[in-house]
Design a protein around this ligand. Sequence first.
Ligand code: FRU
Length: 488
Amino acid sequence: MLWTKEMRYRNYRTITALEEKTLLENVESSIWRQHFHIQPPYGLLNDPNGFTFYNGKYYLFYQWFPFGAVHGMKHWYQVESEDLVNWVDHGVAISPEYDHESHGIFSGSGIVKDDLLYLFYTGNKRDENWNRYASQCLAVMNAGNELTKLEKPLITGQPNGYTDNFRDPKVWQTEDGYYMIVGAERENHTGCVLLYRSDDLLKWEFQGELQTDRQQFGYMWECPDMFRIGGEDVLLISPQGLEPDGDHYHNVHNSGCFVGKLDLQERRFHGSEFQELDAGFDFYAPQTTALPDGRRILIGWMGLPDTAYPSDGDMWANCLTIPRELQVKDGKLYQHPVKELAQKRKNMIEWQDTLTQQEVVLDQFSGKTFELICDITAEKGTAGIKLRVGEGEETVLYLDLEKEKLVFDRTKSGVPVATEYGTIRRTAYREKSVSFRIFMDTSSVEIFVNKGESIFTSRIFPKQDSIGTSIFANDGKASFILKKWDYE
Ligand code: FRU
């Protein structure tokens, strides 16, 4: 399908009943639909937006282009949950109306003030020569989900010295008022974040660039986030255009964070080395929020910009990750699946044994939607697990003691995705034991390593009957303990 500008920059309001019916029919016949992930009803989903606990519920929005699986006119689509597990669709929340947002409601964040949910987003406008104008805007939602949008942007255009890549406001509160960071690109084509301050969330004053130790690190920093856990500040960014470095940054764009100390007076983030947030193939633009019980929760886009996915032909694309609880220990960020997910567990089975240079098929561990914990202790060589095994297909995860790596291999996972960025991901690993906690859905897998020290998040597109599981130990002995629950 050839997408012209006219087709891509259409407002959802113009959809016809017939178009919607056709889109829904296409989606319904898609074999890739997920079971326990947030996914669009049709069209393309990207970044999570406005994630906030408000009115006793979790409010979450996502970037949405309704008319098919391409990036075009973005809207905010709304979902709500009382438990972070079951999400109810609320349809489009914010759509373009004004000139300054004529080409999309781009990403942003939410914050509660005076019992109202303030939603900050980027108004994206293009002129007839396709020049971009970016402004930071506000819409306010009440507990009845009624939305009032400000007619004028809060911040029109970027400050001098920066390009029109100026977007994705994240707002937080301090004892000294409200702060906002906005993702930006300097005129010399390097990425950074810009800092603003406000007393009332309405009038914003530019403070300057937030200095970090990384002056040259990608050309644009998208979707910044700032928060504090366990006495440490975390600056999270999605820098575009990083070059691969060892096992890191192998996707088209990547996400990560600095852990350290934010000094608002000095406008400086004193930080650690950049920590990549995910070692898998499909993860980008994550956003966090604080829960009333103090937990900090992150949700990411399980997809990447500029990437075609096999479900595109079914008129939908992408989903969000499961929610992850964040912790910082000794300056390192850890991510765990939220405890609420345990309510999905059904039909527990367990198995354990030791293998010596063999591969064993575990029939009772087959399936398409499940949680599986697989603990391995190996002597030498490689030992691991194969998932979604079928004719010519397997998704492989293993410990390589010789090379001191954990390896995730989607070379034979089914319909290929973005193979120009490789089909294997690795992380450095020096132990002989590992614990994998695996969340498998119809067309994705999220693997948490050892209580969240690293994660491989990836879409996979195997045949419907590729549901087998096997374990293997090459060149030596390895012991396995497995536990699985079906997720319905
Ligand atoms: C990141 C991003 C954001 C932008 C949004 C547009 O994926 O490019 O920077 O606001 O997507 O959909």
